[in-house]
Design a protein around this ligand. Structure first.
Ligand code: NOJ
Length: 530
């Protein structure tokens, strides 16, 4: 059996810096605030933190509009603060993964300011500029992910520029070798500063058809309102376009020069296209194309989850390693999406599957969607498409304790704290042995300590229709994970005897179960086969 890599045994913990910990009393989280919380993360037991963007930015998309890839926005601190974060995290054996936003810059990035000057300046071709069609209409029919069209007219240059997201986020022209070189240098800059890996924003979108033809409508489209062209058309020429894998390959070779690193790509694609981002055994690409399939399930049932595990196990090539995610800063939180009653079994699932688990801040205390009134919406997607589409619900401040503003800040935070913070907070849960936090901590420790849970094999077990069960096995250990997805108590036959190691519910450690396991409704149990 192989020794697990750090990103296989340890879990990745996503931090949305704006909402984690404010240290300078402006209602916005910052890097010194994250440093203050490193001991908490160490105790929780995560292997790495992934930081959403903290780079210089006008914040039109809260940092996913970068105006300088190689500097820290003053809101979040300084480069010296970042260096200190790297040193302090590494001293605690926590790796640092940062966000890389290659598809677009801010419209305030000096590259764009230069590019828009004229059709002949040195950076004229760094972005995607087009004339109107001869009849005066837009260059093509493509839509923006945040609603409306993907083209904005620039008076200065007298042309349209393309933006897959907000008008403040012009897409870079990756077909220009100078752009590619400059963007690969960004990876080098941060690797040299000590980061251990990158999470790559919308990586499957960066390479487009050179002529950008109109895209056909999507049969059975589910647009988010009348302004949603993006979800109403087939993305034949802007997503996963021929040639993208060569860039992935180049990025991987670059990352390999820096040793034991990880590249995680944000990719929403059908399984058979998604899996190609692992590359081949001889020419690997990303270590982990993010797998969002559990987030995207329509219903949280044993059947649906079992099927997903089977599909993923079958799809991921032998040189690759799976991964699973239940929450991030773009999606409604898991308990609000699928039901609070599933929070604990979902945690047990996420942390015992064969695949790198990525947690999102607050998940470990069972945070639910924030409550955002229409006038409080900050997210450009929510502003354009309506409050029901705002991602702000997943971005409300971390709930640390029951003091005013939940210990996140001493002043009114940029988004409202969820009113349940009086009971749902870190301090309360750390003190309570049966909290959601305590469960996450115990699961993280099991995963780190037993290779069976990281690089061990996974075999699905067919025990009962409402149950997801599997065996995890290393050379010398064998565990069974049994998760009851129904609200009702169940009695299920075990394939072999085992002792109880952990449960989502109160339990007797080391209790021997010979053949029939009794489960409470929504209970999950881990047993070590004996
Ligand atoms: C995906 C990011 O996760 C999201 O927050 C952002 O708005 C878009 N990419 C654009 O960068």
């Amino acid at each position: 059996m192989t020794t697990p890599r750090w990103w296989q045994a340890g879990a990745v913990y996503q931090i949305y810096p704006r909402s984690y910990q404010d240290s300078n009393h402006d209602g916005i989280g910052d890097i010194p605030g994250i440093i203050q919380r490193l001991d908490y993360l160490k105790t929780l037991g995560v292997g790495a933190i992934w930081l959403s963007p903290f780079f210089k930015s006008p914040m039109a998309d809260f940092g996913y509009d970068v105006a300088d890839y190689c500097d820290v926005d003053p809101l979040f601190g300084t480069l010296a603060d970042f260096d200190r974060l790297v040193t302090e995290a590494h001293a605690r054996d926590i790796k640092i993964i940062i966000d890389y936003v290659p598809n677009h810059t801010s419209n305030q990035h000096p590259w764009f300011l230069e590019s828009r000057q004229s059709r002949t300046n040195p950076k004229a071709d760094w972005y995607i500029w087009r004339d109107p069609k001869p009849d005066g209409s837009l260059p093509n029919n493509w839509g923006s992910a945040f609603g409306g069209v993907a083209w904005t007219w620039d008076d200065q240059r007298g042309q349209y520029y393309f933006h897959q997201f907000a008008p403040e986020q012009p897409d870079l022209n990756w077909r220009n070798p100078e752009v590619k070189a400059a963007m690969l240098d960004v990876l080098r800059f941060w690797f040299q500063r000590g980061v251990d890996g990158f999470r790559m924003d919308v990586i499957w979108m960066i390479w487009k058809h050179p002529d950008m033809p109109d895209q056909p409508p999507l049969p059975k489209a589910t647009p988010r309102g009348e302004h949603d062209i993006f979800n109403s058309q087939q993305h034949l020429y802007d997503w996963d376009y021929e040639g993208i894998h060569e860039i992935m390959r180049e990025m991987r070779l670059l990352a390999d020069e820096f040793g034991d690193t990880v590249l995680i790509g944000e990719i929403y694609l059908p399984l058979e296209r998604w899996v190609r981002y692992y590359g081949t055994a001889d020419e690997p690409e990303l270590h982990l194309p993010f797998n969002f399939r559990l987030i995207e399930l329509r219903e949280w049932t044993a059947d649906a989850v079992r099927q997903e595990i089977g599909l993923l196990e079958a799809a991921v090539p032998p040189h690759g390693y799976p991964n699973y995610v239940l929450n991030n800063h773009d999606q409604p939180r898991f308990p609000s999406r699928f039901g609070v009653q599933h929070t604990r079994t979902a945690a047990m699932l996420l942390l015992t599957l064969r695949g790198t688990p990525t947690l999102y801040q607050g998940e470990e205390i069972g945070m639910v969607n924030g409550i955002i009134a229409p006038h409080q919406v900050k997210d450009p997607q929510g502003i354009n498409l309506g409050v029901e589409h705002t991602r702000d619900v997943a971005r409300t401040p971390m709930q640390w304790d029951d003091s005013p503003h939940a210990g996140f800040s001493t002043v009114e935070p940029w988004l409202p704290v969820h009113p349940n913070y009086h009971t749902v907070n870190v301090a309360a849960q750390v003190a309570h042995p049966r909290s959601v936090y305590a469960l996450y901590k115990a699961l993280l420790s099991l995963r780190r300590e037993h290779t069976a849970f990281s690089v061990g094999s996974l075999t699905l077990l067919d025990l009962a229709p409402e149950v997801v069960a599997y065996e995890r096995r290393s050379d010398d250990e064998r565990f069974m994970v049994v998760l009851n997805f129904s609200d009702k108590p169940l009695s299920v036959p075990l394939p072999t005897a085992g002792v109880k190691v952990l449960s989502t519910h109160p339990f007797t450690p080391n209790e021997l179960i010979k053949d029939q396991l009794e489960l409470w409704g929504n209970e999950g149990v881990i047993l070590r086969a004996v």
